[in-house]
Every structure is written in C-alpha cells, then in structure tokens.
Design a protein around this ligand. Sequence first.
Ligand SMILES: Cc1cc2nc3c(=O)[nH]c(=O)nc-3n(C[C@H](O)[C@H](O)[C@H](O)COP(=O)(O)OP(=O)(O)OC[C@H]3O[C@@H](n4cnc5c(N)ncnc54)[C@H](O)[C@@H]3O)c2cc1C
Length: 408
Amino acid sequence: MGAGPVGMTAAASLAHAGIETVIVERTPEPQTDWRASTFHAGTLQLLETIDITPAMLAEGLRVPRYQFRDRREGLIAEFDLTVLADETPFPFRLQLNQQRLVALLWDRLKSDPRVTLRFGAEVRSVRNTGEDGGGVEVVVRTATGEETLKGAYAIGADGAGSTVRKSLGMPFEGFTYEERFLIASTPWDMRTFLPGIAEVNYISDPEEWLFILRTPDAWRVLWPVPADVDDTAALSDGEIQRHFRGVAQTADEFPIIDTQLYRVHQRVAESFRAGRVMLIGDAAHLNSPVGGVGLNSGIHDAFDLTRRLERILLGAADEDPELDAFAEVRRQVAVQYVQADTQRNTDRLREKDPELRRRSERELKEIAATPARARQWLRRVSLLESVQKYGIGLPPDETLRRLAAAAT
Ligand SMILES: Cc1cc2nc3c(=O)[nH]c(=O)nc-3n(C[C@H](O)[C@H](O)[C@H](O)COP(=O)(O)OP(=O)(O)OC[C@H]3O[C@@H](n4cnc5c(N)ncnc54)[C@H](O)[C@@H]3O)c2cc1C
C-alpha cells in the first residue's frame, strides 16, 4: 500500500522473486514532486539485485566528495567516499530525484503480469483476518465506491501520515522540530557564487544553517523556517530571493524551479509488525533529511521484508520468526542509525552555543584528518556499516544472533 519509492521497491523485489503483488496507490499516477535526492552505496548495492541500479547510474550524478562548512568561517572538513572503493562498487553518493526511481520501477512493473497496479485507490483501513491460514483485508475507496481486497500479507508503505499505521492503532512516538524546512531549487551553478564548495555541503550557522546540494536537474538550497513565519511569507518570491542573495552574496535574481516547505519529525512506530501487516519506509519511521538516510533505510526495510516473505511464501521458512526478526532488526536500525545520526547531524548544523560549535567543528576536522576514523565515518553514513552489521533479510537465527551481539 503506497507507490512511493519504498512501496515500489518492495513490489519490484517481490515481483523479481516471482510473487504476485497488488500495489494500491491513492493518486492516479506516481507522484512527481521533488523530495529526497540521495542514494547511498548500501542502497545501490541492494537495488542492483533487482537490476535497477544501472538505469539510476545512467541518470544520476555521482558525488564522491562532500563538505561540512561554517557559514562564516568556510570549510571545516571534507570527506571523500572514494576511500571505500575497496568495499563497494559505488564509492559515492548518487544524486537523483527519488521520483526517478519510482518512474523506473513503474515502467518495469506496468508490464509485469505478476503485478496488479491499483492507482486511484485509497486505503481506508486494514485488518488481520485470523490466526492460522488467515490473511489480510484492505478496504479501499475508488472513484466507483468502496471495495475490499483480500491477500496473504499487507505492507504499509503509505508514507508519513500512514493510514495503515493508524488503522492498526500503532503508536508513533517522537517529536516534531519547531522549525519547518524549505528547500528551493535553481538551475544556476552555486559554485560560481561559493567557490570551493562541493556538490553536497552541510553548512552550520547559529542563525540560519544551510544544506546545499546538487542533483542532475538543479542546485538545491535548504534552510530552516522559524515557527513564527507563516507558509505564504516563507514561500514568497521576495523571501526566497532574499535567502539566495544572502547565501550567494550577490544582487542577482535567481531563477527558481521548485520549492518545498515541510514539517520535519523524528518518530518511530512502536512496532513494524501487527500480525500479517508490516510497516516500512516513512510509514514506520520519520527523520530529519540532514544526511539523506531516511529514504535509503526505507528501501533497506523493503528488501529485508520481501526477502523474508519470499522464503515464507515458498514454504522455506516459518512466518512468525521471520516477521518478528524483520520488525526487530529494522526498528533497531531506525533507532540506532537513522534517528541517532540525523538528529546529531541536524543538531550540529543548528547549534547556537559557541563552545559546543567549536567542539563539534574540531571533532569533524579530527575525523576527516585521520584516515581510519574517516573511513569508519564514511562506512556509517553510506549505510554500509548497518548493512554489514545486521545484514538484510538474513534468516531469523542469524538476525537474532547479530542483534544480541550488537547489544553486548
Ligand atoms: C515535501 C517533502 C520534501 C522532502 N525532502 C526530502 C529531502 O530533501 N531529503 C530527504 O532525505 N528526504 C526528504 N523527504 C522525505 C522523503 O521524501 C521520504 O523519506 C520518502 O518519500 C519516503 O518514501 P516512502 O515510499 O516511504 O513514502 P512516500 O514517498 O511518502 O510514499 C507514500 C505513497 O503512499 C501513498 N499513500 C498515502 N496514503 C495512502 C492511502 N491511504 N492509500 C493509498 N496510497 C496512499 C502516497 O500517495 C505516496 O505515493 C521529503 C519529504 C517531503 C514530504
């Protein structure tokens, strides 16, 4: 349920394993708005197993270097992912709008006889229909009325406001940042105005931190919008130009081709499983976009779950140990990697205390200047570490062994 990047990946992975799947999506076609735009090495390796990575590489922008900067003082630390070339065939961040992944998967799934696409169908509720030999029922609303779909398992990949999660009554604890984030895109090359910047830059500032990154289509600049500024004012052309001029130190008027203003949360569902209904992606965990790991870890959820469903449906494994292992390991990764790292990254950029800012910048400089520490840092941010530590969709005994080892 949900044809975003995570749901479409789950469907493609199931179809790749020869399993029949129905995709239920409320919009008439896949959404095309710009959102996340970074794919890390661990994710490209997983997508390669369903043969989608080559098409992404052909379209995306390979960015091996990224920087931490101080808005007033300039470069603090630069990290170079090419040091991971002995560990991954993808030692870079691939910059590509997430909806291009959805479009690539949609093109493939449209012609797959094992996949039924139900676009324009909104999930209203989901329920488990019984214990042994049971399944799930999903009530959907379409242009012609309500209908009930029956299946063996249901995957809730319906995003932040997940109807599936709400229908299960699953708590979604955490918090919402006071400020909203605004990301605006321009075709102009920001390197002309900020010489020496990389193609991905995290720029700290006690007043207004920034995140500047390049995609194949544009340069994108993200800044926080204080709670007392309303949406209309934040999105007005004058305000956006004022920000770009402040960033680029120029009087030029920037062409703006896209803007997104959104609320940012740190939340994790109490469990990623209720019977035969599972939650993945934003439906299961939400986080700050600083670091670009939320979508990536959602794609990892999709692979972990579908590898287990494949074993169950082929009669090669028992349902409960597999699905419990999925729920436990993916929640652990969401808390220990995704939440922890994105919160630390965001706090680093917005820290106001001068001593804490200096300490954070000193730490980054030291990590970048020490090859072993830089490698460790890069393995973590590229999600290679979590994939190697916990595996993706490993048999339950092995997953539990790794969880226990991580706990000691
Ligand atoms: C405006 C915005 C900007 C963002 N920018 C960034 C960014 O710059 N960097 C970053 O790392 N992350 C960003 N994110 C987060 C990132 O986009 C998500 O992590 C990612 O989209 C998660 O993918 P998903 O497939 O889990 O959910 P989604 O992409 O939200 O997909 C969910 C799908 O489910 C469908 N759906 C929802 N409810 C129902 C229902 N009841 N019935 C049927 N279908 C339903 C939706 O239409 C949608 O197609 C942004 C998010 C937003 C909202």
